[in-house]
Design a binder for this molecule. Sequence first.
Ligand code: HEM
Length: 223
Amino acid sequence: MKKFPYTPLQIAIIIYAWSGIVLLIFDLLTGNISPNPIQDLEQRTGRHAITLLVLSLLCTPIHTIFKWSEPLKRRRALGLYALLYATIHVIIYMDLDYGLAWSSIYENILEKPRLIVGAFAFLLMIPLGITSFDIWKKRLGKNWKRLHQLVYLIVPLVVLHYVWSKKGDLLSLQGEVLKPMIYGLIVVIFLIFRIPPIKKAIASFSSRYLSPRKKQDPQPEQS
Ligand code: HEM
């Protein structure tokens, strides 16, 4: 009998990734959309993009803690889905919100620092998406890893763009800042996790207590 070509993790990623577009189309068709539909579309696609991006960061810690190597193979898919939603998010802003009026778009972005940050993050995501394929990995050699470490800059920028887009007070945690702060906290934990001595300590703790009998998997290429 032919083996099923997808693993449960791949199926979960495909379902989650496409659920954003499917629910959006469903809500548009059934009229279940806020009185400000363009803003609603912008917010939903933006949130789906950041969630997929953060999930792609989660893959390495999961591997380090549980010695489960499959998530490392799924980072590319998560990153590309994040780029897809970020692109839809930007197209909605440029086309539906600003009718492709380039000078207004340019002015609007430049006068709002939160949009400059979002645009910078988006521009950085493009080369990562393009070079995420194996052919580029071979061509770029060691530089591929260096380039893909940009994700540790992109994610904090996107979190900043998110926090800044919400009305509220960061210091008193009032208004709509709680959700973006949770993303921020997750990202800070991931970044702390990347500090070599901490990463090493967690890996050795995990080998000793969480997966003591498992031999360490050969480490696939990290981004
Ligand atoms: C040229 C680049 C970008 C532009 C012009 C842009 C524009 C916007 C605008 C106008 C909003 C505010 C919507 C509103 O509440 O009225 C927004 C919010 C948001 N954007 Fe972007 N964005 C850009 C890049 C990105 C990227 C790359 C991501 C993620 C990967 C992203 C994720 C988000 C998120 C999470 C929100 C907040 C959603 C919410 O309020 O729940 N944006 N963006």
